[in-house]
Design a protein around this ligand. Structure first.
Ligand SMILES: Cc1cc2nc3c(=O)[nH]c(=O)nc-3n(C[C@H](O)[C@H](O)[C@H](O)COP(=O)(O)OP(=O)(O)OC[C@H]3O[C@@H](n4cnc5c(N)ncnc54)[C@H](O)[C@@H]3O)c2cc1C
Length: 343
């Protein structure tokens, strides 16, 4: 690391010029627009759309502004901006930042395609302000998110997920354009069996349940979201099914190479192209790679002895070593391909 880079990473709470400038700009909006409007929207107990429109006009309620502050190098962009907005009024501020919950859920775990497709319609633009909602909590699953009952069932024939359940306490619930919903795919696995789904605007079956009348932050809309046979396309599973699919494909490829070598051996066909080494190399390396990915998918649990994947990973490693290491198999394959005594 260069001396300059070290200096950049030093712990410091001095706001850099860009964050200071942004703070003053947001403070001005909070002072001139949010604070004067706060009593009215507290009484009305609804999302202050005209304020969101004004914020959108100056670029404050926008995907660009949120993304800039999330990526701000010192990490202080978001806390500084949010502090100024909430200084203006907590309810109006929550209406401005609430969409961020849904946006983070998709940008944190979604594919590049999902981020590009679904974040813009969560914010809209100054002429057509839109909202996002992140739906996790349920009447019996608040702190204990593992208890979520909303179910997601995959219908292979139509490549759709079908969502059923009731979400509670959702900021922008039922009035958002894009709802991001956490649901259980396999209840037996608790939180590890849950996945996140994007529900596109206007999807039939998603409705607003009761709207909560709250003690405070009343300019922010909080409501139940009812999901009754809500069908979303397969591509709306956040993160996509591809990664597991990749592991399956790798295992299947290794299996095919192994079966081919076994069949050739039984037919007494010569391994002219080092087919035996190919299957040994690919199957051994695949076993190590997919068991490592399985640990990664389970996160911290995968690294404990509570689940068998860490043992499978330890056991898999030997297949790249005994009966001819991966390096030796590569040499044999190289020799068969080139005719050279590759070492
Ligand atoms: C205004 C508002 C906006 C919200 N916005 C959203 C949103 O946009 N999306 C969303 O998904 N959710 C949202 N929520 C839900 C919020 O995340 C939950 O209310 C919160 O997680 C608490 O869950 P709960 O209300 O079910 O309370 P419970 O989990 O039932 O807790 C009740 C009490 O029991 C205590 N408790 C629970 N478990 C334990 C334990 N193991 N040990 C010790 N004490 C415990 C809690 O601390 C609390 O005091 C919102 C809630 C409100 C009020």
């Amino acid at each position: 690391m260069s001396v300059g880079a070290e200096a950049d990473c030093r712990f410091s709470l001095d706001l850099n010029p860009a964050v200071r400038e942004m703070r003053d700009w947001v403070h001005g909006f909070a002072r001139d627009v949010i604070r004067p409007a706060a009593p009215e929207w507290d009484e009305r107990e609804e999302t202050p759309r005209p304020i969101l429109e004004q914020a959108a006009k100056i670029g404050l309620y926008s995907l660009d502004f949120f993304a800039q502050q999330w990526l701000e190098p010192s990490g202080l962009g978001i806390p500084v901006a949010w502090e100024e907005l909430f200084w203006g009024d907590a309810g109006i501020a929550l209406s401005i930042v609430g969409t961020g919950l849904a946006a983070v859920a998709v940008s944190g775990n979604g594919t590049h395609e999902q981020i590009a497709e679904w974040l813009p319609p969560m914010f809209g633009d100054a002429d057509d302000v839109r909202l996002g909602a992140f739906c996790v909590s349920e009447p019996d699953a608040g702190s204990d998110v593992a208890a979520i009952r909303t179910r997601a069932v995959y219908r292979e024939a139509t490549d759709e997920w079908v969502l059923n359940g009731t979400k509670s306490w959702v900021t922008n619930g039922g009035i958002a354009n894009v709802h991001v919903v956490v649901a259980s795919v396999d209840p037996a696995l608790g939180s590890r069996g849950q996945a996140t789904f994007i529900v596109p605007p206007g999807t039939p079956g998603l409705t607003q349940g009761q709207k909560f009348r709250k003690h405070g932050i009343r300019a922010s809309h909080t409501a139940e979201v009812v999901l009754d046979d809500v069908r979303v396309p397969g591509r709306c599973l956040v993160g996509g099914k591809e990664r597991l699919d990749d592991m399956n494909a790798a295992v299947d490829a290794a299996r095919l190479l192994t079966w081919r070598a076994a069949w050739m051996a039984r037919q007494r066909k010569p391994f002219d192209h080092a087919e035996g080494s190919m299957c040994k190399l690919v199957a051994g390396e695949t076993a190590v790679r997919v068991t490592e990915q399985a640990i990664q998918i389970l996160g911290g649990y995968g690294y404990t002895r509570d689940y068998p994947v860490e043992r499978w990973h330890r056991d898999a490693k030997i297949f790249t070593i005994f009966e001819g290491t991966s390096e030796i198999q590569r040499m044999i394959i190289g020799r068969a391909a080139t005719g050279l005594d590759v070492r």
